[in-house]
Design a protein around this ligand. Structure first.
Ligand code: SF4
Length: 1013
């Protein structure tokens, strides 16, 4: 059936409350199809009129009355660039998307916050191709606008539209929800509804293991891209419900990057180079112009820096778009996963040649650093206990253990002048390279530990490991240390999505630390920070007590503290291995949720909610029949609810689908990325009327509306009447999204000095009076003016002049930097019992049990390594509906080195099989020089099976598949899993990242019949 006829049939079938107009919604959803109409203008064709009109008499611009302009935040990728959205004032439809010129992502010289909107007419910001095509995400013809319930077995993609009230009633009350459909496995399952699971919040999961917490933890919320205030909204619900199990996606993204950063820079998950003022920037596992945050901005900064003579180096097995070569750029194609070896080789060379900044590193405290004119200080001279088998081995030497008083927290150094132990905070200078005894305990400085770690291998050995000549390692180290503080290393997921990812990341951070570049212009910055959306006018912090218990993925907890471990020890058994790993130093271990739920380790789940979550597409090795069969079985997970904008690759396996809003129809308050060095908060808000249908009281269906209605049905705290306290103690209701997010916006507007109220002309340009009228009761009258100002600018941003203060960054980071990760050194691998080291080092990539991957899949059988990348024309899993992007690049390829292809008899465009330990896929080959031999890479975002890439049945009628969405190849499903833990991706046991870059493979040309099949 053709899509349009199908929709008409749906409308004719009268599918109940909330379905009326379903066909109309789809029928409106084709803004780019204008064929058959007479062109409106002989030159401009069907182009829209401009949004600004020039008054020739005054020379001023004014809004074209046919359009309104609104500013919001993008989500076509996580860069969250500010957008200017041109909206047809008559139809309410988006006509065009450009950059918000007040936003630092989109203009290097972003505009003054108080500049009137009409003065910005000729000063637009930029967006990338994905940003431009965002309206195709919004107007995807296959958007779901009403709730759906499966009408066949799980995963059959058979659905029935249902009224909102039925959705809420059924998931709250449970019962035999699928007794009347053709579902042999599920029809007899008595589903526990949310009410029953919530009511079990005073019953222990296991009285013999009380630390697991209460049975209400059996609701698991697996979120995807849900950040900042939206995440807080989800957390608010989870805590009110009584579950600790509420997550976002980060371990398939970059969690090890965050953990490695936090261990070096406490309280920070991201630090970035000040690219524009730098002389030399090394990009490790990323390149300017691909992925990274903010993608378009970093690309522009690098281009600008190069015009001023700066050089950038891309260290990656693949030369991507931003890795141009020439006088001002260099590509170092090292072996995959060996970044730690290259970095440790550089560290060795730097220390051996005295090129580290010893004056900086020897300042042990804040005051000593300030007195010496430094902008930060480190633990390089702090002493660490290395006394074997001492109960404090691996921790910093405390004043108490050093015999310097009672303080068990204060660190100790060897004072450089007296050569005697002294309190780190009081000494002006500490000995850097010390090993000896203090108060009978063997100790070493953190710097000494790093030096010894670097000396574990010769430069030649490091060269052999990483495939970069020793001379070149030395040259890189020499050049990096030749620009004073105006050099920096940047890294991203390419170096951390490996089993040794944490130590790779820690080693690269050490390069920055050794030259002391933090807070200096051209060095490293912790970013500008953000305005407070949580508190101020209203208290939106989650003050509902966090439920107790162990996370179902065992993050943030030590196996050694569990009843399971202690019971094994009490029985005289070796407590290792645990059934699955525990992750004491990290969080958001998304890839472990489904296998843990299915295995029931440490407990089962009754209800799973997916929001923007697609583990089957994104998690390495997880889309396989064995796991799918478990997830499809309602006896294993009795209830799965998904919130999505379309029926996606994973949400197709749910029992119920909640129609969600897109980024143009929803809210968030989110801080600026560190790279811009700007203090600011982007406010994403519904700049158009959402396409989803509404509840009886007029609220659009969305994830938040669902959570609110569940919370009100269960009478959860923090929702309903009297939910949100204001600064005077008055309680305000939370019945709608706006009750929460408008208050968050008011908090941003009034943080510190309030922003001036919006100008009437700006209010008119953005049509903000309609917002005020519609949600008038969500704020106090006196708050609306400043709140509308924030909406009119798409957020709140400080002046550009604050980015630098002379030769320093405008917003310094003030905590101590750590060469030594004491927190990590106190933890163990729950499978092997091995204690994790606290100092950077080279670690051979291995399984969780320690089998080197080169042994697991020997090169003789598996000569290639698969890498993945996120190009500039797709996002991980969401942009298959953006047909304009698909016109630019309709499919992706198996990209490999020209010589490898020739050796295998392959030519550009040939079809080939790629095979791994877990299966094989067929793809078209692209031969390039910019891929290291022995490497295969592919761009994610292609090869979907959901998103209507395969056919769907709704209400007994068939909707044919859209082949554009299934085009290309996706290799995540055949990526390597760890052989020793059921259905676990290879994983970094410290940082927790799922491993994307260590799957060994072989390539065989497809024969003629296969190629055309
Ligand atoms: S980099 Fe492009 S896709 Fe990403 S937020 Fe910015 S404009 Fe949007």
């Amino acid at each position: 059936m053709k899509r349009r006829i199908f929709l008409q049939a749906l409308a004719a079938s009268g599918l109940g409350v909330g379905v009326i107009g379903y066909a109309d919604t789809f029928a409106r959803a084709l803004p780019w199809v204008k064929s058959g109409a007479t062109v409106a203008h002989p030159i401009y064709g069907m182009s829209d009129e401009p949004e600004w009109l020039l008054d020739k008499a005054t020379g001023k611009y004014r809004r074209n009355p046919r359009y309104i302009l609104r500013h919001t935040g993008d989500l076509q990728c996580h860069s969250e660039c500010g957008l200017r959205v041109k909206i047809d004032a008559g139809t309410g439809r988006i006509a065009r998307i450009i950059g918000n010129p007040y936003h630092a992502n989109t203009r290097d010289d972003f505009l003054a916050y108080d500049m009137p909107l009409n003065e910005t007419a000729r000063l637009p910001g930029t967006v990338c191709a994905r940003g431009n095509t965002g309206l195709q995400t919004v107007y995807d013809p296959y958007r779901i606008t009403v709730p759906l319930k499966r009408s066949g077995p799980r995963g059959s993609n058979k659905w029935q539209p249902i009224p909102w009230e039925q959705l809420i009633r059924e998931v709250v009350e449970g019962g035999k929800l699928f007794a009347d459909i053709d579902d042999p496995m599920g029809k007899d399952v008595e589903v526990k509804g949310l009410r029953t699971v919530h009511a079990a919040q005073d019953q222990l999961i296991d009285p013999k293991a009380p630390e697991l917490g209460m049975k209400s933890n059996r609701l698991v919320i697996q979120g995807g891209r849900i950040k900042s205030s939206r995440r807080a909204f989800q957390t608010r619900f989870a805590h009110a419900f009584g579950t600790i199990n509420e997550y976002e996606h980060t371990n398939v993204c970059e969690i090890t990057h965050h953990i490695a950063t936090e261990m070096v820079y406490p309280h920070k998950h991201v630090v970035k180079p000040d690219i524009r003022k730098s002389k030399y920037v090394m990009f490790w596992g990323t390149s300017p112009g691909d992925a990274n945050f903010p993608m378009q901005t970093i690309g522009k900064y690098v281009a600008e820096a190069r015009t001023k003579g700066a050089k950038h180096v891309v260290i990656d097995p693949v030369l991507h778009r931003g890795g141009v070569v020439g006088d001002y750029a260099e590509w170092v194609p090292l072996k995959p996963g060996t970044d730690g070896a290259l970095a440790m080789g550089m560290i060795r060379w730097i220390i051996d040649n005295g090129r580290h900044n010893s004056g900086y590193l020897s300042r042990p405290g804040h005051q000593a650093a300030q007195a010496a004119g430094e902008l930060s200080h480190t633990d390089a001279s702090h002493l660490v206990i290395v006394e074997p088998d001492h109960e404090e081995e691996g921790t910093y030497l405390s004043a108490h253990l050093a015999g310097l008083g009672d303080d068990e927290e204060a660190h100790v150094v060897i004072a450089a002048g007296t050569r005697k132990p002294a309190l780190a905070e009081q000494a002006s200078e500490g000995s850097l390279d010390f090993a000896g005894q203090v108060n009978g305990l063997r100790v070493k400085t953190a710097f000494r530990l790093l030096k010894e770690s670097a000396h574990k291998h010769s430069l030649e050995e490091y060269a052999s490991i990483c495939g970069v000549h020793a001379e070149r390692i030395a040259a890189l180290a020499s050049e990096f240390t030749s620009h004073g503080r105006k050099a920096a290393c940047e890294f991203y997921r390419g170096i951390v999505k490996h089993p040794n990812g944490f130590y790779n990341g820690q080693a690269v951070h050490m390069l920055n630390v050794l030259i002391g570049n933090l807070n200096w212009a051209g060095g490293i910055t912790g970013g500008g920070g953000s305005f407070n959306w949580k508190k101020g006018r209203y208290d939106l912090s989650t003050d509902i007590p966090k439920p107790k218990g162990i996370h179902i993925n065992r993050e943030g907890a030590r196996y050694e503290d569990s009843s399971e471990y202690q019971a094994k020890v009490a029985r005289g058994e070796n407590p290792y291995p645990a059934k699955r790993p525990w992750f004491p130093s990290t969080f958001n271990i998304y890839s472990e949720l489904l296998p843990s739920i299915v295995e029931g380790y440490p407990y089962h789940a009754d209800i799973l909610i997916w929001h923007m979550a697609t583990p089957f597409y994104s998690v390495p090795g997880q889309h396989n029949d064995e796991l799918l069969d478990k997830v499809k079985d309602p006896r294993v997970i009795p209830l799965i609810i998904a919130s999505d904008i379309v029926i996606g690759d994973t949400s197709m396996y749910a029992d119920y689908l909640i129609p969600d809003t897109t980024f143009m129809e929803r809210w968030v308050q989110i801080g600026m990325h560190e790279a811009t060095m700007t203090k600011g908060t982007t406010v994403r808000w519904p700049v158009i009327e959402p396409l989803t249908k509404t509840t009886a009281d007029g609220r659009h269906f969305s994830y938040e509306t669902f959570l609110i209605d569940i919370a009100e049905a269960l009478k959860l705290p923090g929702f309903g009447d009297n939910a949100i306290p204001d600064k005077d103690g008055r309680l305000w209701p939370l019945h709608s999204r706006e009750d929460f997010y408008l208050k968050a916006t008011a908090n941003v507007a009034f943080d510190g000095d309030p922003v001036t109220p919006a100008d009437p002309e700006d209010i008119d340009t953005c049509d903000l009076e309609s917002v005020r009228k519609r949600f008038d009761k969500s704020l106090k009258p006196e708050e609306w003016g400043s709140t509308l100002m924030v909406l009119s600018r798409g957020g709140r941003f400080e002046p550009y002049e604050n980015v630098w203060h002379g030769d320093r960054v405008g917003h310094p980071y003030n905590h101590r930097i750590n060469l030594y990760a004491a927190e990590v050194a106190e933890t163990r691998n729950a499978i092997t019992g091995e204690r994790f080291p606290g100092v950077a080092r080279w670690r051979t990539p291995a399984t969780i049990k320690g089998t080197p991957l080169d042994q697991l899949d020997p090169a003789a059988q598996w000569p290639f390594t698969i890498l993945t990348y996120k190009g500039s024309l797709q996002t991980h899993s969401r942009l298959s509906s953006n047909t304009i992007l698909r016109e630019i690049q309709p499919e992706n390829w198996l990209e490999m080195n020209q010589d490898d292809g020739t050796r295998l008899g392959l030519e550009d465009g040939d079809w080939a099989w790629i095979e791994t330990a877990h299966g094989k896929r067929k793809g078209r080959v692209k031969l390039r020089q910019g891929v290291r031999p022995g490497v295969i890479t592919f761009s994610v975002g292609y090869g979907h099976w959901g998103y209507v890439a395969s056919h769907i049945d709704i209400g007994g009628r068939r909707l044919e598949a859209d082949k554009i969405r299934s085009a290309g190849i996706h290799l995540n499903p055949i990526m390597r899993r760890d052989p020793d833990v059921w259905q676990m991706s290879l994983i970094d046991p410290v940082g927790g990242s799922a491993v994307f870059y260590e799957t060994r493979a072989r390539i065989t040309p497809a024969d003629k019949a296969e190629a055309t099949a």
